[in-house]
Design a protein around this ligand. Structure first.
Ligand code: ARG
Ligand code: GLU
Length: 689
């Protein structure tokens, strides 16, 4: 995951050896038009790419899903049937949605760390660093419509400044039916062989001067500095490709003891908690179609990382990651004298051991808290909003309260749309049971005892609390702060939840911060040492949501002994998986028809239509929607997932089993053309024959 401004000659040489025909300047340049001008961060979390002179964007279906869903009604079910606008006028605005261009990347380490006293206390140093960052943000040159962002790299050893542009009028242009865009849903998620048409189409609109602007009917399609041309050339194993995007978070440089803790303690706790929730949801979803519809998206969100963590644990085992890290640690120690490093480094792994011994309970408590109270039960989630409101008033006064109240009113009203109180109550009871059994004693609420009366307590809460009553909640959110606080304090649901939220802020968070800052300091020191030990060998910083490239070749893998996975899937495989009427494996009748007639031209001439393909690029969450670019800089696919056996690549990348999964651009064009009949979009793109 290379910072585009740090592409070395050596790297270009290695890419060339793999077949690439790109220069460092092609990939990124602060003053010339280059590929980075065609890559965007999509709505803060995903990646997207510009594919036409009129600001057309491709990203994943699962990245555009919220927008697609928000425009869907009973009569116009764009999620189910797809959406194919036939003119600019039919493109749909999405309030709040934005995309970000990165125009310039600059190493500002020396400015950020200037005048920092290494002996000052943690908090003093942090505040000096923050001051420097704020000063730099105001002093670095930028245009009126640009912003400067500064981020830490290598665990605080480096800092980079990013000159960015945020465009805020983003319209939905097209989306395939979910039987294509989500084909295989949860069962196939993180899996190969895969057959998902995971793409959607948006467009950037700008003001008359081509600058960022809030939505206005007068805005016009954005004219980008650069856009991708598209290559429909058939692919073969060994082909070079490059992924350009915004990977969210990796932790490649943790000591072995930290990875061991994740595998032995944290992942099992999270997996187990989510399994409890998912099992309950599933039991209701399989019996009741309304609940199934209401809970499909929630289920998918919770299942996504549940499944990822299971794969991660297995991959750490199989790749021998912990032993390999231990070997590296031995090597590291052997270099301390050789390289005349700070002699303190000799104790670093003992210190890590000690700290990771001390943080066990608090890490576990924090993870349980987040999974139980913060992420997986709707009633508790609402309680959190009310808690925030109460404290906005106490800490910031009436104005802050009023502002937040407005914001929450909509969100809380919306939270009842895909909600079933019976399901939520069962989850509540099961989670409280888990809490009683598993929360480390030190952090368990002392007045709370789980017992046989729990179901009755739950009944009382779900029958009488404003948290389970949309009308009462709506009224509550119109009250003045004093009345509001009095009412929630007397509410059986809120007062119950608040005990645990208070535990978090008063006990869990402070303890966590205390030990975390010690671990972070040691990790920063370790990272610095790793850089010394690695010398001139290339070293890439962990993902942190900033723009990166990674590259590789199209390649299959061996998931188990004697099994080999080819790197290409085809429409044939969709038909093989077809289960009529199934919510995961139903197939659009037009697609069946096209398959029967083998009507794939001009997107495939081989008689089989490619769908997804595999490669060896190192990617993670946030790389969804990233362009896959060939040796000439043309678009050949859209990244959307990784294979299950290799999801441990966030902690340890193993060439043998780590693969990223991409949608073939030929399939994207085929679906737009033959399923959507959206010829105007095909005409807008430049397709190289
Ligand atoms: N696993 C892919 C990514 O993190 C796709 C997630 C969306 N699909 C789903 N079934 N939840 O995150
Ligand atoms: N689906 C992921 C995302 O939404 C990308 C896959 C991964 O984690 O590698 O960003």
């Amino acid at each position: 995951m290379i910072i585009p401004s740090e592409i070395s000659n050596d790297l270009i040489y290695r890419m060339k050896e793999m077949g690439a025909n790109l220069t460092a300047d092609n990939i990124y340049s602060p003053d010339k038009t280059s590929i980075n001008d065609a890559v965007i961060q999509f709505n803060g979390g995903c990646t997207g790419e510009i594919v036409s002179p009129k600001g057309l964007i491709l990203t994943n279906h699962h990245c555009g899903y919220g927008a697609i869903q928000s425009h869907s009604t009973f009569e116009h079910n764009y999620v189910k049937d797809g959406f194919w606008s036939q003119s600019f006028e039919e493109e749909l605005p999405n309030p709040g949605m934005y995309v970000t261009f990165v125009r310039k990347i600059e190493d500002v380490t020396s400015q950020v760390l200037a005048g920092i006293d290494e002996n000052a206390s943690d908090s003093e140093r942090q505040s000096m660093i923050q001051k420097n960052i704020n000063r730099l943000k105001n002093s670095l040159p930028k245009k009126d419509w640009q912003e400067i962002e500064i981020k830490s790299f290598f665990d605080g050893n480096s800092y980079y400044a990013f000159t960015v542009e945020n465009y805020k009028d983003i319209r939905l242009v097209a989306a395939p039916p979910s039987s294509i865009g989500k084909f295989g849903a949860d069962t196939d998620n993180w899996m190969w062989p895969r057959h998902t048409g995971d793409f959607s189409v948006f467009r950037i609109y700008a003001d008359k001067n081509n600058r960022p602007a809030e939505y206005s009917p007068d805005n016009v399609p954005y004219q980008p500095d650069a856009f991708f041309k598209i290559s429909v050339k058939p692919k073969k194993p060994g082909d070079f490709f490059l992924i350009y995007g915004f990977p969210g978070r990796t932790q490649e440089y943790l000591p072995s003891v930290a990875v061991q803790q994740k595998v032995d303690i944290l992942n099992p706790a999270r997996i187990n908690t989510r399994k409890t929730v998912l099992d309950i949801m599933k039991s209701y979803m399989s019996k009741n179609d309304t609940i199934k519809l209401q809970y499909t998206a929630k289920y998918a969100r919770i299942a996504n990382y549940w499944k990822k963590w299971i794969g991660e644990n297995q991959g750490i085992q199989r790749s021998g990651a912990i032993d390999k890290k231990k070997e590296f640690e031995k090597f590291f120690l052997s270099q301390v004298d050789v390289l005349k490093m700070d002699p303190d480094y000799k104790n670093i792994f003992d210190e890590f051991d000690k700290l990771y011994q001390q943080n066990k309970d608090i890490e576990l408590a924090r993870n349980y808290f987040i999974e139980i109270f913060y992420l997986n039960n709707d009633l508790f989630k609402r309680a959190f909003s009310l808690y925030n409101l109460k404290h906005a008033y106490k800490n910031q006064g009436k104005e802050a309260f009023n502002k937040l109240q407005k914001k929450y009113a909509d969100r809380l009203a919306g939270s009842f749309k895909n909600y079933n109180a019976v399901v939520d109550k069962d989850i509540f009871i099961a989670l409280m049971n888990l809490y009683a059994k598993n929360m480390p004693e030190k952090y368990k609420n002392s007045i709370f005892k789980y017992n046989k009366l729990m179901p009755f307590l739950a009944m009382n809460i779900y029958d009488n609390s404003v948290l389970n009553d949309p009308k009462a909640l709506k009224k509550l959110l119109k009250k003045n702060p004093k009345k509001f606080i009095k009412m929630i304090d007397e509410d059986p649901g809120y007062s119950f939840a608040e005990k645990f939220i208070k535990d978090y802020y008063q006990k869990i968070a402070p303890d966590y911060q205390g030990i975390r800052s010690k671990i972070n300091n040691l990790q920063k020191k370790y990272m610095k040492g790793i850089k010394q030990v690695m010398g001139s060998r290339p070293l890439y910083p962990d993902a942190n949501g900033t723009l990166r490239i990674s590259y590789g070749v199209i390649k299959g893998y061996e998931p188990r002994d004697a099994v080999y996975y080819y790197p290409f899937s085809h429409v044939k495989g969709i038909i093989e998986k077809y289960i009529p009427g199934d919510y995961e494996f139903d197939v659009h009748e037009k697609l069946i028809d096209l398959y029967r007639k083998k009507e794939f031209k001009p997107y495939s001439n081989t008689g089989e239509m490619p769908v997804n393909f595999l490669g060896t690029a190192h990617t993670t969450g946030g790389n969804s929607g990233s362009p896959a670019i060939n040796s000439e800089g043309d678009l050949i696919g859209i990244n959307f997932d990784r294979v299950w056996e290799g999801t441990m690549s966030d902690l340890y990348y193993d060439q043998k089993i780590c693969r990223n999964i991409m949608v073939d651009i030929n399939y994207v064009l085929f679906v737009i053309d033959k399923i959507g009949n959206d010829k105007r979009l095909i005409d807008e793109m430049i397709i190289k024959k």
